[in-house]
Ligand binder design. Structure first.
Ligand code: GTP
Ligand code: SPV
Ligand code: MN
Length: 602
């Protein structure tokens, strides 16, 4: 192995890097300093090997394309494990493996897997470098794609090493592509060791270890121990004409609209209200209670890893501007002029191109089963610096974060869940979050469209027993002087013909507007067995052509359907046994009583 010059004197760090190198046997170790020259060098190397393709530099300056292996296009939840000494600490919703066995199994795949390759050392900070709420990690990887993504998604390099004093703990993240065989792929989390081992994948959430692995699975466990929360939430600021900004955090499952909501542009009809939206984060929020008894949040990330298909100048103009330069595109279609295209983007399909698999593509192509062949994979993504977003909040770099006034939960449900409802109080809100459900999307392997329970959008990301996670939420609420109000939204309700009832995207501001007015106490709402819903007159529909009957359908709460839902919730809770907090069980019983009463009335 070539002699290495570590950029640090931190003995613990150097010792760990050497240990991992002994296992993986790279030809070379390279410590990343985060500089521009280093980025250029890495890109050149990746162009040479074909790991990256340089795109049209006139039209897309600084942009590159990457295609993953065909069997490696989304997170693999079935290969993701929480490795704690006791099985019950991982809980009923996680895959569990005993740590020693996990190290052994993954170790066997890592062994010698970097021969002929370079091992890159990426020191990174989740959260602004130096903020007391930030956490430091170091990722070792043999993938330049990972290095370049981490460079955008986190703060990396020299300044992070400087912040990592001798005694400070850091998350030890080891990633290796190995041969990207799905049968030799494992994503292992060791919360007790503050370590992550990911091997055999090259896809986003599996390998950008600062993101889901550290900032959610490991961090949620830290938050549980230390009294704070790591959540799968966007953070947005709504500025009122008087300059006052209210901040909202919202948890939707993967590919259910976080990036879109975080970058919202007010629709024509609401312009007179003078709202301006500021994007603080689009995927992850770390929240804690400050000495003022309020909830404060930071976005630990520094970039966006967003879904490409469906992103266009109408649905998300801010995202389109964000990705004009310095962006890594993954699994999209490449046009002959080396620009990019995806389904439901701005342009009609090009007459020809190279699809996400690297094959020649034409519109209308079908596979052997008659299904359309997509140009871009449904889970194709862009990685872009947060600073390039026109609506980015200057609070992104604020060491203290922002004060959260409301929390929104939401799912993708064709039926049942109304456009919006408000929980009666914090405890009921925790129940609403704990019973969230959503249709599965392309962001994870599994049957698409199937409705599954996804509490707080954290089912795949909670790094400990979810029963304790609910308990932690209850405790946090009890500790706050005035906890944020909790809401539930569903932008995805459909009519009998399968069309969305609600226009969504920018129009969602109409619901945010209602939520804010509920928070400042300026309007009343109608009580239903599941929570408060808007009086129709309070949903500002100025400039929107929506039939009054449609709003009725959107807000409808059918007590019979909800009784069936309550039964399905009972079944889900059955999994938790004793770990389910009493308060949550009580909330379910109260809901059932309210629903029975509602049925009797009819
Ligand atoms: P992850 O990055 O996987 O966590 O996803 P996300 O929650 O950030 O989802 P994103 O905003 O990228 O949206 C995913 C898909 O939902 C895209 O195809 C969007 O076009 C679509 N979408 C977002 N908001 C709306 C909405 O209000 N209505 C409808 N109908 N579709 C939406
Ligand atoms: C998600 O699936 O929730 C994502 C994309 O944000 S990934 O980083 O792959 O997890
Ligand atoms: Mn996400």
């Amino acid at each position: 192995m070539a002699s290495v010059k570590p950029l640090t004197n931190n003995k613990k760090l150097i010792g760990w890097v050497n240990k991992c190198a002994k296992l993986c046997k790279p030809d070379r170790i390279l410590w990343l300093d985060g500089s521009e020259e280093e980025k250029k060098k890495l890109e050149r190397e990746a162009f040479r090997t074909g790991e990256l393709t340089r795109l049209n530099q006139k039209k897309l300056p600084g942009c590159v394309l990457h295609r993953t292996a065909i069997n490696d296009v989304a997170r693999t939840e079935n290969l993701t494990f929480i490795c704690t000494s006791k099985k019950e600490d991982a809980g009923p919703t996680n895959n569990w493996m005993e740590p020693a066995k996990a190290y052994r199994k993954a170790g066997a795949i890592f062994k010698n897997s970097m021969k002929g390759r370079t091992m890159y050392v990426i020191p990174f900070s989740m959260g602004p470098v130096g903020s007391p709420f930030s956490k430091i990690g170091v990722e070792l990887t043999d993938s330049i794609y990972v290095c370049l993504n981490m460079r955008i998604m986190t703060r990396i390099g020299r300044e992070v090493l400087e912040a990592l004093e001798e005694n400070r703990d850091f998350t030890k993240c080891l990633h290796g592509k190995a041969d990207r065989d799905i049968n030799r792929r494992l994503i292992m989390h060791f919360p007790e060791d503050n370590a992550i081992w990911s091997v055999g994948s090259g896809y986003g959430g599996n390998v950008l270890l600062g993101k889901k692995c550290l900032a959610l699975r490991i961090a949620s466990h830290m938050g549980y121990k230390e009294g704070w929360m790591a959540e799968h939430m966007l953070i947005l600021g709504v500025e009122e004409p008087n300059g006052h900004v209210e901040y909202i955090a919202a948890a939707f499952p993967s590919a259910c609209g976080k990036t879109n909501l975080a970058m919202l542009i007010p629709p024509e009809g609401l312009v007179r209200k003078g709202y301006k939206i500021w994007t603080v984060g689009d995927d992850i929020a770390w929240m804690r209670i400050d000495t003022d008894g309020k909830l404060w949040a930071i976005n630990p990330e520094n970039g966006f890893f967003g879904v490409a298909p469906g992103t266009n100048s109408k649905s998300n103009p801010n995202a389109m501007k964000t990705i004009e330069k310095n962006t890594i595109f993954t699994n999209v279609l490449m046009k002959p002029d080396k620009t990019v295209w995806w389904e439901d983007g701005d342009e009609p399909p090009p007459p020809r191109g190279i699809d996400w698999k690297g094959n020649p593509w034409k519109p209308g192509m079908q596979d052997e089963n008659g299904k359309p062949i997509y140009g871009a994979h449904p889970n194709s993504r862009f990685t872009a610096p947060a600073k390039q977003c026109p609506s980015i909040s200057f609070r992104l770099d604020d060491h203290h974060g922002v004060n959260i006034s409301a929390i929104i939960f939401g799912g993708r449900r064709a039926q049942l869940a109304p456009l919006v409802y408000e929980a009666f109080d914090w405890q009921h809100g925790v129940f609403v979050g704990a019973t969230m459900a959503s249709e599965r999307t392309a962001a994870q392997y599994g049957k698409q469209g199937e409705v599954r329970r996804d509490p707080m959008a954290m089912l795949p990301f909670c790094g400990y027993n979810m029963g304790n996670y609910f308990r932690h939420w209850l405790k946090m609420g009890a500790k706050m002087k005035k906890p944020p109000k909790i809401f539930h939204v569903n932008w995805f309700r459909k009519d009998e013909d399968g069309n969305f009832l609600w226009p969504g995207f920018g129009e969602n501001l109409r619901i945010i507007d209602w939520i804010l007015r509920r928070c400042n106490g300026s309007i009343e709402a109608a009580e239903t067995p599941i929570g408060y819903i808007p009086d129709k007159k309070d949903v500002d529909l100025t400039g929107l052509k929506l039939k009054p009957r449609t709003l009725d359908k959107l807000l409808k709460v059918d007590c019979g359907d909800w009784q069936a839902e309550a039964d399905s919730i009972s079944e889900f809770f059955g999994k938790f046994g004793k770990s389910l907090p009493r308060e949550i069980k009580r909330e379910l019983n109260s809901l059932k009583k309210r629903l029975a009463k509602c049925r009797r009335k009819k």
